[in-house]
Design a protein around this ligand. Structure first.
Ligand SMILES: [Zn+2]
Length: 468
C-alpha cells in the first residue's frame, strides 16, 4: 500500500525534530499535520492475546453456569452456612475454583473473601454479611495501575426479598461470573504489566452493595483504577421471543456526562462541550477499537447511556467514585427469564434457566473482555494531566501532559475528530514529548492524547481540560 495516510512514523518524527529545533514546543504546520494525520486503524490483537483468546473454553463456561444454577438460590439473604444450597455454598465454590487457577499462576494471582456487614437498608431487612470473592492478578512492571472486571453471583426470584424460592440466575448473572472466572483462569498463567482484578460481587440485586464496598475499598486505598467493566446478563444472543438471534453482538453501555462530574467540570462542559468525551466514553471507544475483530468474532454495540431504562449494574458503584466504567450485556433481553420465579404460566416458561443460555456466546463475550483487559494491561496507562493551553486567543492548539512511568513507554499520539464525529478520525505520532503545538484550531475539533509503548500497544485516549 502506498496510501498517503500510511506514511511511516519515521517521516513524521523527522518533521517534528526539525520543528523542535526552532521552538521549545514542536509546532506542526497545518498542511503537515493534515498530511501526517490519518484515519485510525483498529488495534489488532498481539500474538499472546490471540493465544489467550483461543484458550477460552465454552465447555468450562457451561460447567460453571450449570454448577452455579444448581445451588438452588444465590439470594443475598439465603443460607450462608449450608454446604449445598444458598449463597454461602456458591461463595465457597467460586473461591475454591479461583484458588485452583491461582495455584497455576506462580504466586501472581491471589484470591480473597472480602466481607462486610451490610446494615439494615433498602432491600436488606436484617444486618447481613455480604462477601465479594476477589482474585487479583498482580502486574509485573506497573502493579499500582489497576483494571477491574466484575460479575454478580447473587440471584433473585420475583420477590426481591424472597430468599428461599429457586432462583437459578443462569443468565443473571451466572453467565457473567462464568465469563470472569474463565478470564481469570486463562490470564493467571500469563504476565501482565498492570494489575487485573476479577471480582464476583454479591448483593447486586439488593442495591449494588457488594460492588459499592469493592469500589470504596479501592477509593480508600487511593487505588489507580483506570477502567472497570461489569458483565451482567451476558448469557445469550437469542432472546427466545421469536425475534432473530443476534449471537455475534454484545452491548456496551457507557455514560457520557460523568456521574461524578464536579460543578467546575460542568461549567467547562457548558462552555466548550465535552459531553461525549468523558473518561467512560473514551473507554468505550477503546473497547470498540481493540475488541471488535475476527479473533473475538463479536460486534461491540456501544450504547451511549449509563444503563438501560429502569436498570443498573455494578459499574455505577465505580462511576460514583469517578472511575471510568462500563457495562457489558446481551443484545436483547427476555424479561420473562429475569427476576422471575421458575414456573409455567399459560404455556410460557418463566425463570432464569440454564437451558436459555448459549455457552459459546458467553465465551465470545469473555473474549471481548479478554481483548479489552489484555490491551489495557499491556499498554501504557491513560495519559494524565492533559491540558489544552488557553493562555491567549490563538488559532493554534497547544497540548501538554505529564510523562507516564510505564517501563516500555515509547511516546504519544495526538488524536482528533470533527466535533460532530462519534469517534477519532485522525492520529499523529508526536514522539516522546510532553507538549506539542498543532496548527489546527481547538475551536473546530476535539483533541485527545494517548500513550504508545515499544510494542505498539496504545492506551485509552485522555481528553484535555482547558488550562492557562
Ligand atoms: Zn444482574
Amino acid at each position: 500500500m502506498t496510501d498517503q495516510r500510511e506514511k511511516p512514523i519515521s517521516s513524521r518524527r523527522a518533521f517534528l525534530s526539525a520543528s523542535a529545533a526552532v521552538a521549545a514546543t514542536p509546532v506542526l504546520g497545518v498542511r503537515a499535520a493534515q498530511a501526517a494525520g490519518h484515519g485510525l486503524h483498529r488495534q489488532a490483537p498481539d500474538r499472546q492475546l490471540r493465544a489467550l483468546l483461543r484458550e477460552i473454553d465454552p465447555n468450562r463456561i457451561g460447567a460453571i453456569v450449570t454448577r452455579l444454577a444448581a445451588f438452588g438460590t444465590r439470594h443475598t439473604l439465603s443460607a450462608q452456612d449450608d454446604p449445598a444450597r444458598g449463597i454461602g455454598a456458591a461463595r465457597d465454590w467460586i473461591f475454591e475454583q479461583l484458588s485452583t487457577y491461582a495455584a497455576a499462576s506462580g504466586g501472581r494471582l491471589t484470591v480473597e473473601l472480602q466481607s462486610f456487614i451490610q446494615p439494615v437498608s433498602s432491600r436488606i431487612p436484617v444486618p447481613t454479611r455480604v462477601t465479594n470473592v476477589v482474585a487479583t492478578l498482580r502486574g509485573d512492571t506497573d502493579p499500582d495501575r489497576v483494571y477491574v472486571v466484575t460479575a454478580h453471583y447473587d440471584s433473585r426470584a420475583s420477590d426481591v426479598l424472597d430468599a428461599t424460592s429457586d432462583a437459578p440466575g443462569a443468565d443473571d448473572d451466572a453467565s457473567g461470573v462464568a465469563a470472569i472466572m474463565e478470564l481469570a483462569r486463562v490470564m493467571a498463567t500469563r504476565h501482565t504489566e498492570a494489575t487485573v482484578v476479577f471480582a464476583a460481587v454479591a448483593a447486586e440485586e439488593q442495591g449494588l452493595y457488594g460492588s459499592d464496598h469493592l469500589a470504596q475499598q479501592f477509593r480508600d486505598a487511593g487505588a489507580d483504577v483506570q477502567a472497570m467493566f461489569s458483565n451482567d446478563i451476558v448469557g445469550t444472543g437469542d432472546a427466545h421471543d421469536g425475534t432473530a438471534a443476534d449471537p455475534r453482538t454484545v452491548r456496551l453501555f457507557v455514560e457520557g456526562v460523568p456521574t461524578a462530574e464536579t460543578t467546575a467540570e460542568a461549567n467547562v462542559r457548558r462552555s466548550v462541550g465535552g459531553e461525549n468525551d468523558g473518561p467512560s466514553r473514551q473507554l468505550g471507544r477503546f473497547v470498540h477499537d481493540v475488541a471488535e475483530n475476527p479473533q473475538t468474532g463479536m460486534k461491540v454495540r456501544v450504547v451511549w447511556r449509563r444503563d438501560r431504562y429502569l436498570r443498573g449494574s455494578d459499574h455505577i458503584s465505580f462511576l460514583l467514585r469517578g472511575y471510568p466504567a462500563a457495562r457489558f450485556t446481551e443484545p436483547r433481553e427476555n424479561f420473562a427469564h429475569e427476576h422471575q420465579n421458575v414456573r409455567v404460566e399459560n404455556g410460557v416458561q418463566y425463570g432464569d434457566l440454564v437451558e436459555f443460555c448459549d455457552f459459546a456466546y458467553i465465551a465470545r463475550v469473555a473474549r471481548v473482555n479478554a481483548a479489552a483487559l489484555w490491551s489495557l494491561a499491556q499498554a501504557p496507562g491513560t495519559p494524565t494531566g492533559v491540558v489544552i493551553d488557553t493562555t491567549r486567543l490563538t488559532n493554534e492548539t497547544t497540548l501538554r501532559w505529564q510523562r507516564g512511568t510505564s517501563a516500555d513507554l515509547a511516546g504519544y499520539e495526538v488524536v482528533w475528530r470533527e466535533t460532530t464525529a462519534p469517534d477519532w478520525t485522525n492520529v499523529l505520532a508526536v514522539g516522546d514529548v510532553t507538549a506539542v503545538t498543532i496548527d489546527l484550531s481547538k475551536d473546530n475539533v476535539f483533541f485527545g492524547v494517548r500513550a504508545v509503548d515499544r510494542d505498539g500497544h496504545r492506551s485509552p485516549v485522555a481528553a484535555p481540560r482547558p488550562a492557562s
